[in-house]
Ligand binder design. Sequence first.
Ligand SMILES: NC(=O)c1ccc[n+]([C@@H]2O[C@H](COP(=O)([O-])OP(=O)(O)OC[C@H]3O[C@@H](n4cnc5c(N)ncnc54)[C@H](O)[C@@H]3O)[C@@H](O)[C@H]2O)c1
Length: 250
Amino acid sequence: MSKTILITGANGRIGSALVAYFDSIENPYTLRLADLEMTEERGVKVDVTDFASCKSACEGVDTIVHLAGVASPDSSFEQVLPINIVGTYNIFQASAEVGVKRVIYASSAQTIEGYPLDIQVKTDMPVRPKNLYGVSKACGEAIAAYYAYQKNVEAVAIRIGAFEYRHEWAKLNARDLSAWIEPKDLCSLIVNTIEVDLTDNPFVIAHGVSNNRFKRLDLSDTKRFFDYDPKSDSFTTWDIDFIKESKPKV
Ligand SMILES: NC(=O)c1ccc[n+]([C@@H]2O[C@H](COP(=O)([O-])OP(=O)(O)OC[C@H]3O[C@@H](n4cnc5c(N)ncnc54)[C@H](O)[C@@H]3O)[C@@H](O)[C@H]2O)c1
């Protein structure tokens, strides 16, 4: 029988990209889409701030891709507290109560954005958020680790970088280029996190960036553990050629 996958935040930018990705491949899963607004044919209405609605959405689910959240790094603590922190707790607690086996959690590169920009961050370095949105995502990682080690709900936290479509992204800076994740690369990583064997490692952090020439987040663990094979490189995609720029002044 195919796995039932609940996608929270399914109407959002990443959720829509993931649903379109599943439509474009031979989808091995039964999808249950969840968001604040959702028709019955497509899925279920869920408000993650409401525990009862989380619990009923989780019934009969094998794996959750938990994307619902406030996604702006400029968010205040009052904005992130109910949705990113309490909402993430609700999803994991509901999973533990109804027997969901695994949650893939949409964490963020903002959990480590407080490191100096010339540091490449590895998965085993302590979190260092630069804003309260990053704090909420770091808290979500801690919730994930707690439920994985103490409550038997396997978890992967994907530290998603700058998720952008090539045609939409006009304002480039060095940080974003090094943290870019191309939508198909992220979708392929999510599928691999659903499928990987976590028997010996119930909680794992994955770094969600593309194969950019310079990477803010190190990909060696993620490539190895999740068999992640990102196809895009921001520096090639935006045709940034260092040779053209490197003429010494005389
Ligand atoms: N877009 C990025 O570059 C990026 C980077 C790192 C992490 N993330 C994380 O990935 C996730 C998805 O990001 P996105 O860009 O698709 O965001 P988005 O804002 O486009 O989508 C978020 C979705 O969550 C839903 N939602 C909000 N409050 C809810 C609630 N109370 N109950 C249920 N659903 C609710 C919204 O309706 C929306 O459809 C977020 O958790 C975000 O923090 C995104």
